[in-house]
Design a protein around this ligand. Structure first.
Ligand code: FAD
Ligand code: NAD
Length: 476
């Protein structure tokens, strides 16, 4: 039986919008179902507002600390509402790119509504039954709220409310020290809130290289953030308008609580069972072609768990477009997935950690670590905290990289390029780096393998010693 659409996409965020625009530009018949606004978390409550707020907070910090460069100012007068005004301005400048009008102009039928699967071949929304050759579920994720006694009654913020606050909370407890907690904790603290961060682990950013995460942790504490490690909030109570939070033996009294303790996939209202789509707590189960247990239905982005980043949702969307519109042969390849946490200093990563590398490659692992303090540009800018750590095999195959420091999220790209194209680490010393740039941290790290191998090669050293001796002896 004929169907109306080549592809019906459910969820118009980072993943769904890429599928929609690519499919429409390939002349497929496309419908996009969105329950709220196009743009998803990244535009409204995620990447865009968080990076805009972080920038404002970084400026405040720079002004406050400018005396180290001989620039004296009065303490900055931070108008919080104007800083969040900057955030909203950035969102509205970017938003037209994700607007219904733009997608309609590409030929996408945009349907606003929250629908459900009726059966294995039908998605029903606003009383209409949509039948398609393929469906894509890209409904994203939402904040996971931990079971803390009294939290619901006391009220709390998540990333969905925090960017539209009209007043700065004078004090803020941040529950969870992953990327959301660290980025927003630092931003609010630098904009004038007194921040207490509660980390269930002994260190912040537990998914990162521990040594690199420690550099960020030290900066958060140097900023003045009160970090409670290895602790969980148990109870909240509102007393005289303040939120009293019990964390182990400590009682923390704050104006607001921000929850940043992980994400849950948006699967529940879709009636996935009717479509034969399996899911678990992490999200929808997919194979490497991003097909669900119903091979006509694909899924991508946060809703499949895994790497929850905008650029990964976009990458997966590309795989889905190929497979859903044509023959399903493309496989998602996660060998080289980079990301960054945009605190100051930034922490960027690609590939394996030191531990993962040692688990897989045993003793055949080299750690090439270069401190920013030995990079001239870092000295010039007073940005000497941090390092680049490139992990390779003895022969120089790049297994991973962890850069913590100023602009780490930018600097890491040449390592990503080398790794993706299977270039050895020597490729990073084989190009001329502009002097003085922070990117020299990569070539300096990479050079260490060459030096280390030369230091081990006593035969070559002796040969060269003899050769130069001979050349000197015949030089008249
Ligand atoms: C505070 C914060 C900061 C972040 N910073 C970064 C960053 O700097 N870099 C980065 O790469 N990633 C960042 N992320 C992660 C990034 O936002 C997500 O990985 C990305 O948005 C996932 O894209 P997605 O398409 O899966 O979901 P989304 O972009 O969230 O899109 C899902 C869409 O589906 C819609 N939807 C949900 N349920 C239904 C339904 N039943 N029917 C119809 N529509 C539905 C939603 O309304 C939404 O529009 C951040 C996240 C947060 C929370
Ligand atoms: N710069 C970026 O790319 C960026 C920024 C923000 C978010 N993100 C994405 O969003 C995802 C979600 O971020 P997140 O920070 O919410 O989640 P996360 O899962 O990465 O970190 C949450 C942390 O909270 C801790 N935690 C859980 N319950 C707790 C409790 N009751 N008390 C104290 N700590 C508790 C967890 O152990 C964990 O370390 C990230 O994994 C990332 O993929 C990316």
């Amino acid at each position: 039986m004929a169907v109306d659409y080549d592809i019906v996409i459910i969820g118009g965020g980072s993943g769904g919008l890429v599928v929609a625009s690519a499919a429409a530009q390939l002349n497929a018949k496309v419908a996009l179902v969105e329950k709220d606004r196009l743009g998803g978390d990244c535009l409204w409550f995620g990447c865009v507002p968080s990076k805009s707020l972080l920038h404002a907070s970084r400026v405040a910090h720079e002004v406050k600390n400018s005396s180290r460069f001989g620039i004296y100012t009065t303490p900055p007068d931070i108008q919080f509402v104007e800083a969040t005004g900057h955030v909203q301005k950035v969102i509205s400048t970017i938003q037209p790119h994700d607007s219904p009008e733009r997608f309609e102009s590409l030929g996408v039928e945009v349907i606003f509504g929250e629908g459900q699967f009726k059966d294995e071949k039908t998605f029903s929304v606003n009383g209409r039954d949509l039948k398609a050759r393929a469906f894509v579920v890209s409904t994203g994720s939402r904040p996971k709220v931990p079971p803390i006694e009294g939290l619901e009654e006391a009220g709390f913020l998540t990333n969905e409310q925090v960017f539209s606050l009209k007043e700065r909370p004078e004090s803020l407890a941040v529950i969870g020290a992953g990327p959301i907690g660290c980025e927003l904790g630092q931003a609010f603290h630098r904009l004038g809130s007194q921040v207490t961060m509660v980390s269930s682990r002994d260190h912040i950013l537990p998914k990162e290289d521990p040594e690199a995460a420690l550099v960020v942790e030290k900066q958060l504490e140097a900023d003045g953030i009160n970090l409670l490690r290895g602790a969980r909030a148990q109870k909240v109570e509102v007393i005289d308008g303040k939120k009293h939070l019990w964390v182990g033996d400590e009682e923390v009294v704050v104006d607001e609580i921000l929850i940043s303790s992980g994400r849950v996939p948006n699967v529940h209202s879709l009636n996935l069972a009717a479509a034969g789509v399996k899911y678990n707590e992490q999200g929808i189960e997919v194979n490497e072609k991003l097909q669900t247990s119903n091979n006509r239905i694909y899924a991508c982005g946060d809703v499949i768990g895994g790497y929850q980043f905008t650029h990964v949702a976009g990458y997966e969307a590309g795989v889905v477009v190929q497979n859903a519109l044509f023959f399903p042969s493309a496989k998602a390849d996660y060998r080289v997935v980079p990301w960054a946490t945009f605190t100051e200093p930034e922490l960027a990563r690609v590939g394996l950690t030191e531990k993962q590398a040692r688990d897989r490659y045993g003793d055949d692992v080299e750690i090439l670590k270069q401190e920013f303090a030995d990079v001239d540009r870092a000295q010039a800018e007073g940005a000497t905290e941090g390092f680049a750590k490139i992990i390779t095999t003895g022969k120089g195959e790049i297994l991973g990289a962890h850069i913590v420091g100023s602009s780490a999220g930018e600097i890491i790209h040449e390592v990503i390029m080398a790794m993706k194209h299977n270039l050895p680490v020597s490729a990073l010393t084989g190009i001329i780096h502009i002097y003085p740039t922070l990117s020299e941290v990569n070539s300096k790290a990479a050079l260490q393998l060459k030096k280390r191998n030369y230091a081990k090669n006593t035969q070559l050293q002796n040969t060269l010693r003899k050769l130069f001796g001979f050349l000197r002896s015949i030089n008249s």
